[in-house]
Design a binder for this molecule. Structure first.
Ligand code: PMP
Length: 343
């Protein structure tokens, strides 16, 4: 893979902003280099632009090198940066599975980049050949999401591998829901495939959606381009320190995941007994995609009862489908009771 051919020429040549804090390396006691206020420590100081302390901790947990990590304001930030790094507006295109997470298409739109959707099979499985056929010389990036959203299913690993090995440009594997899955992460393959970018997030299994911290993992070379184009101080001090402390709660995260998975099974078997439920798709995520008689009516009925699910009726291949997030046992029981009293 020749990265110079993939990165937009202006980004390849870009001399990034060099912040005061990234120019200085070493020990010092007097900092008069960044036009900061000397009072109100530690909030007066700019944070580490590359978040090394936090990355070192994450690297140990994820078994990668700190230099293979980019941290963003949610994984939505690296998704946007991928377009800005690789895709020339009005010239390049990206290919993505359909249905999938909506922000890939929104970011393509914002960046004025053609977004090519390739339908998954009716059971939401991936056909690598069909996806690859939709690419051309101007395709820079393929987006895969596994477990997928809103469908919840894992994509077949061998089909994904075909995409990663047969497409010589960038392949994104979004693993936002990987902690709920029976399949191992693609992070173990990072050193084998220099065209691979794996996305993960602290928003789901770690229970930190409000904190906004997502991760991109890739080759060190690709990460240098993320670092070039991101805002210099994209992760504030409070987030860096807070996420670092939260990482000590890994056993608690694992317990949450276990409970959520148990609840996923319970919800699935109870929903199966309702006559309004026509199909429940297999899920490796913290949600169930459920086909009902009439999604719009059921959605509105639940809203009126104060229970909000996601109506995916108008999404490709998801006619009359609701995406139900697995909540706490109590929340799931409220949902089930409301649906049972509907019929
Ligand atoms: N990827 C997928 C597949 C998602 O479903 C989401 C959020 N729903 C994200 C990425 C973004 O998550 P965040 O920005 O909170 O990290």
């Amino acid at each position: 893979m020749n990265l110079e051919k993939l990165v937009r020429p202006n980004i390849w040549k870009l001399k990034p902003y060099s912040s005061a804090r990234s120019e200085f390396k070493g020990e010092a006691s007097v900092f008069l280099d960044a036009n900061e206020n000397p009072y109100n420590y530690p909030y007066n100081r700019y944070p580490d632009p590359l978040q090394w302390n936090l990355k070192e901790k994450i690297a140990k947990i994820k078994q990668v090198r700190p230099t293979q990590i980019m941290l963003g304001n949610g994984s939505d930030e690296p998704i946007d940066l991928i377009f800005r790094i690789f895709c020339e507006p009005q010239k390049d295109n990206v290919v993505a599975i359909d249905p999938t997470y909506g922000m890939y298409e929104v970011c393509a739109g914002i960046n004025n980049v053609e977004y090519r959707k390739v339908f998954l099979n009716d059971d939401f499985s991936l056909n690598a050949e069909k996806l690859l056929k939709a690419t051309d010389d101007n395709t820079k990036v393929i987006f895969l999401c596994s477990p997928n959203n809103p469908t919840g299913n894992l994509l077949n690993r061998d089909e994904m591998l075909k995409v990663v090995t047969q497409f010589s440009k960038i392949v994104i594997i979004d693993e936002a829901y990987v902690d709920f899955s029976s399949e191992r992460s693609w992070l173990t393959e990072l050193n084998n495939y220099p065209n691979l970018i794996v996305l993960q997030t602290f928003s789901k299994a770690w229970g930190l959606a409000s904190v906004r911290c997502g991760l991109a993992f890739a080759s060190e070379e690709i990460i240098t381009f993320f670092n070039k184009v991101k805002y210099p101080y994209n992760i504030n001090l409070l987030t860096q320190e807070f996420v670092s402390k939260q990482l000590d709660k890994e056993p608690e995260k694992n317990r949450w995941v276990k409970t959520i998975l148990k609840e996923r099974s319970r919800l699935q078997s109870e929903l199966e007994n309702l006559s309004m439920v026509k199909k429940i798709y297999p899920s490796d995520a913290n949600s169930l995609l459920v086909r009902v008689d009439n999604a719009n009516e059921t959605y509105q009925y639940l809203v009126d009862k104060g229970v909000i699910v996601r109506n995916r009726n108008s999404v490709s291949l998801c006619l009359n489908c609701l995406r139900i997030t697995i909540g706490s046992p109590e929340e799931n029981t409220v949902l089930l009771n409301e649906l049972k009293s509907l019929k």
